[in-house]
Every structure is written in structure tokens, then in C-alpha cells.
Design a protein around this ligand. Structure first.
Ligand SMILES: Cc1ncc(COP(=O)(O)O)c(C=O)c1O
Length: 447
């Protein structure tokens, strides 16, 4: 792996800026500004704080940096691109790398999902997928299909479509008036599956919730069923064996589109390029983001089955815009350059295969933490694990304390509520996994 060269001595720290103006997302701002957790640089598997402390990255940033940090290949591609073509609209114009990237993604997506629409974040990808589903049914003269089916504990980003789909109460409650008709299936966490590794054996029947919602609302009113193959942000819920297959069958029986939100699962996280391939179920639409550029530049995409694309093309009059949707930054040349460089690394270093091969070692290590008294459940597959700590009386308080103490002990992870989400960069060596496990164990024992 080649990373940017660094001088061994850190540059003298510039005077710290005032922290008043920056309002941080998804962060208790008042607490953060009392005890900031800052990072100043990153390389390979590590961050460094402004005062030079090394912090092992246990969550690939935010599931973004699959190839590790500071990748020279991506930095150079971005640099070159900025000098060659800094920006072009993609409305009525485009540039070669956008087409090249779409082709590259089509080549690793499940067969048949080979029409790719570029956006800039996972949230935009989800809203785009929803609009695509509505437009498709309308083009097929089935415009009554406007209801979406989602799931409790789902996370689909923060735009209005994604919030309507959301199954996490804190993400919804302040925005109770969100537009959009959505019915929710039950989540797939079952107490009897605690500590099951990989796909849990019990729970496929939860997919029958979709059939019940079809009975309740009428198939002719349902546009799509949207699920994360592995529900990530809620703390890693791996689909029970047979569950996704059953969703697929019910969707097929009723003309409902199946959308996989692969914003976390995509790009090797579950042991194959996409969760769809890991679990052997092909959806009609896939969303992806995060690791598409290795986190270096914001970008996301939606891939659709060719027939969805062709239906929209055929329904529009000759010369008309077929899908009235897009963003100023869609297929931004710099993002395309970063994504192509990231995809080259994934291919050349065989990172998806590498992570799949190392997955048993990683999962063994995570399951070895089961003996810590506060751990109430461990779930995971591929290079993704959720470790749940028992609440200490107030939900989420112990989890929050955990991630803070862990950062101070030299490791970064993402927590949601009382669940820690461990998702190492796919370049991790066994020694990094060992280091991660030791740090996790020490802090869990002290919690
Ligand atoms: C499954 C899923 N969908 C959508 C999103 C939203 O992505 P973004 O934060 O890039 O808008 C996320 C973010 O974690 C996600 O996990």
C-alpha cells in the first residue's frame, strides 16, 4: 500500500481556531466543545490528533475509507483532475470519466444492474432511488404505486425521503410532519439470535410483514420495499437466513421494486462487492456511497436494472428529459477521478477478496469480546461487526461513554445508541485486528 510520505516531525500546531461557529452534525455540540475529539491527519490504518496521539481507525472513518487513509493514488488523481477539468455540469454536458466510472461500477454490480445515476451522498442516493421508483411505476401507467415499505431500525439518511423511511425514532421525531407515505415492517433483531455469527438462523418469517402490508394496502399502491441488506447504522443487524430471499419473492409476486440501500454494505464490506452478492439476492435498485471514492471526495450513486431505465426512456417523448432529477455536483469530475482511483485500488489489491479471507479472523476476534460483562450481544459478517453493551439505565449513555473512552485510549469507532460498529479498513492486517481487540477489551472491561 502506498501512502503519502510524511515528515516524522509534526509541524508546529497553528493557534487553535475558536470553536463557536462550526455546528457539528449528529453530535452533542455543547459536550464536544467542552472536550473536543479532533484529528489532524491520517495515514493507513491510523489517525493522529493535533497533539500527535495515534488513533487506530476501527470504523474506516465512517465506513468510507476501505483502502485506508492518505492514498497517494487518489490524491494524485484528484490533483490531476482539478488541473485538467475542475468542473463541468452534467446537465446537457458531461465528461469521459463519468461514463468510465458508470461502466466500472456496472461491472462489479450484480448482473443486470447496469444503469448508474450519480449523486453526492447516501441521503441523496436514497431520495433518488425513491423518485426513480415512483417515476418507473408512473411510466408503466401504474401511478397509484406511491407507498414505500421500510423497516423499524432502518437508517436511510437524513433527507426527507430517507427520514420518511427511517426506522430510528430520534431521526424522525423532530420532523414529524415529513411528507411521504411509508409503512414499516418489524426489524429483524431477535433475542434468541444473540451472539449468532453471520446470518442468524431464526427470523426469515419476519419477511411476511411485507406480505401483510400488501394485504393491508393493496399491491397496486406499493412502489418499493427499501432495506439495507445488513442494517448498519442501528448496530449491524445481519439478515436472517432466507429473509432477503423471501422479500424478493413477495416483491416479485406483487410488482413491487426491491431497493437495497448499500451505502454501508457496498464495496467489500460484507465479503463481496455488494451485499446483494454476499447474500445471493438481486434487488432492482442499489444505492451506494461512502467507500465509492474511499471517502476522499463526496460522491454516491444509484444503480438500476436496465429495464427500469429503458421503461423511463421509452415513456418520454422523443427529445424530452426522461427523469427530471439531478444535482449540480452529479458526476463531478473530481469525484469521478477519485472514485476511479479508488476502484483501481480495490481491484489491483483485491481488497474485497482480502477482507473476505480475513473475515473469520476478524469475527473470531470480535466474538472473543463476549466475555466482557457489559457486552450483551455481538453480530456481524464480512468485515462488519456490531457490539452491543447493556444500557446503564439511560439508553445510549454507556455506548456514548464507550466511544469517548476508546478514542482517548487510541481507537476510533462509530457508536449508535449502545452499539459499537466495528468496520476496519479492508487493508487491515491481523496485527491491526489484534490491536483493535485489545483496545476494545480494555475499555469494555473498564466501562
Ligand atoms: C444505509 C444508509 N443509507 C444512507 C445513508 C446516508 O448517507 P449520507 O450520510 O452520505 O447522506 C447512510 C449513512 O450512514 C446509510 O448507512
Amino acid at each position: 500500500m502506498s501512502a503519502l510520505p510524511r515528515s516524522t516531525a509534526l509541524a508546529p500546531a497553528p493557534a487553535a481556531p475558536s470553536m463557536e461557529a462550526h455546528w457539528l452534525p449528529f453530535t452533542p455540540n455543547r459536550e464536544f466543545k467542552q472536550e473536543p475529539k479532533l484529528v489532524a491527519r491520517a495515514e493507513g490504518m491510523y489517525y493522529w490528533t493535533p497533539d500527535g496521539r495515534k488513533v487506530l481507525d476501527g470504523s474506516s472513518g465512517l465506513f468510507t475509507c476501505a483502502a485506508g487513509h492518505g492514498r497517494r493514488e487518489i490524491a494524485e488523481a484528484v490533483h490531476r483532475q482539478l488541473l485538467e477539468l475542475d468542473y463541468t455540469p452534467n446537465f446537457l454536458r458531461s465528461h469521459p470519466k463519468a461514463f468510465e466510472l458508470a461502466n466500472r461500477l456496472a461491472a462489479i454490480l450484480p448482473a443486470g444492474l447496469d444503469r448508474v445515476f450519480f449523486v453526492n451522498s447516501g441521503s441523496e442516493a436514497v431520495d433518488t432511488a425513491m423518485k426513480l421508483a415512483l417515476a418507473y411505476h408512473r411510466a408503466k401507467k401504474e401511478g397509484t404505486r406511491q407507498l414505500f415499505i421500510s423497516r423499524e431500525r432502518a437508517y436511510h439518511g437524513v433527507n426527507f425521503g430517507g427520514i420518511a423511511l427511517s426506522g430510528i425514532v430520534n431521526n424522525r421525531r423532530a420532523f414529524a410532519g415529513v411528507p411521504g407515505a411509508v409503512a414499516h415492517m418489524r426489524h429483524t433483531w431477535l433475542a434468541e439470535n444473540r451472539f449468532e455469527r453471520g446470518q442468524p438462523p431464526r427470523g426469515a418469517e419476519l419477511a411476511e410483514d411485507l406480505a401483510r402490508l400488501v394485504q393491508l394496502h393493496g399491491a397496486e399502491n406499493i412502489a418499493a420495499c427499501v432495506v439495507e441488506p445488513v442494517a448498519g447504522s442501528t448496530g449491524v443487524l445481519v439478515p436472517p437466513r432466507g429473509y432477503l430471499e423471501r422479500l424478493r419473492a413477495i416483491c416479485d409476486a406483487h410488482g413491487i421494486l426491491l431497493v437495497f440501500d448499500e451505502v454501508i454494505c457496498g464495496f467489500g464490506r460484507t465479503g463481496a462487492p455488494f451485499g446483494a452478492q454476499s447474500f445471493g439476492v438481486t434487488p432492482d435498485i442499489v444505492t451506494m456511497a461512502k467507500a465509492i471514492t474511499n471517502g476522499a471526495v463526496p460522491m454516491a450513486a444509484v444503480a438500476a436494472r436496465r429495464e427500469i431505465h429503458d421503461t423511463l426512456m421509452a415513456a418520454a417523448p422523443e427529445g424530452a428529459i426522461e427523469f427530471f432529477h439531478g444535482y449540480t455536483w452529479s458526476a463531478h469530475p473530481v469525484a469521478c477521478a477519485a472514485a476511479l482511483a479508488a476502484q483501481d485500488i480495490y481491484r489491483d489489491e483485491r481488497l474485497f477478496e482480502r477482507a473476505a479471507a480475513l473475515s473469520p479472523y476478524f469475527l473470531d476476534a470480535m466474538w472473543s469480546l463476549r466475555d466482557a460483562a457489559v457486552v450483551s450481544d455481538i453480530r456481524g459478517c464480512g468485515f462488519l461487526a456490531g457490539i452491543e453493551v447493556a444500557p446503564d439505565g439511560a439508553p445510549g449513555r454507556r455506548g456514548h461513554r464507550w466511544q469517548k473512552q476508546l478514542f482517548d485510549a487510541g481507537m476510533h469507532i462509530k457508536t449508535t445508541g449502545d452499539a459499537g460498529i466495528i468496520a476496519p479498513p479492508l487493508v487491515a492486517e491481523k496485527s491491526h485486528i489484534d490491536e483493535m481487540t485489545e483496545k476494545l477489551r480494555a475499555v469494555l472491561k473498564a466501562l
